[in-house]
Ligand binder design. Structure first.
Ligand code: C2G
Length: 135
């Protein structure tokens, strides 16, 4: 069985998230998702996620095609997570292009193109703006 692993915050799940998960799943038979903890997100992006880690893990578990979910507590532990979950492929969006090449000794590393024009930040901005209220 070919296992695929991917990581992310997946806050306010959107089309870009679903697309990368679907494409990741197609690269193997079993998809494992490391969901960034609230603390990791705070240190990485300087803000609290809208949905907390339990909610984000629950949402990811509910996605068709996601077989297993765990909490990613530190960016530095990627190698340990890949080994622990015996992943054959690491998938990340191409905003991370080249950043995880160091793991090519233990798994295949694949960067998939991000879906254009959508992000958690842009959803927050649109909902906050008058533009949305007047739609
Ligand atoms: N993504 C995408 N298209 C978008 C937005 C996001 O393909 N329009 C992908 C990202 O490239 C990433 C995944 O969806 O692979 C999750 O995105 P984020 O929640 O923004 O996660 P990120 O902050 O990139 O966290 O250990 C690494 C981090 O946990 C990755």
């Amino acid at each position: 069985m070919k296992k695929v692993i991917t990581f992310g915050t997946f806050d306010i799940p959107h089309v870009g998230h679903v697309k990368i998960l679907n494409r990741a799943r197609e690269l193997g038979d079993y998809l494992i998702v490391g969901v960034s903890s609230d603390a990791l997100n705070q240190s990485k992006k300087g803000r609290k996620p809208v949905y907390n880690q339990q909610e984000r893990m629950f949402l990811m578990q509910s996605f068709k095609g996601v077989d297993e979910v765990f909490l990613e507590e530190s960016l530095e532990e990627k190698r340990d997570y890949i080994l622990k979950y015996q992943a054959d492929v690491l998938v990340m969006g191409d905003d991370w292009q080249g950043k995880f090449d160091e793991f090519k000794d233990i798994c295949e590393v694949v960067y998939l193109p991000r879906t254009p024009s959508i992000s958690t930040t842009s959803v927050i901005e649109v909902v906050r703006s008058d533009e949305w209220e007047n739609k």
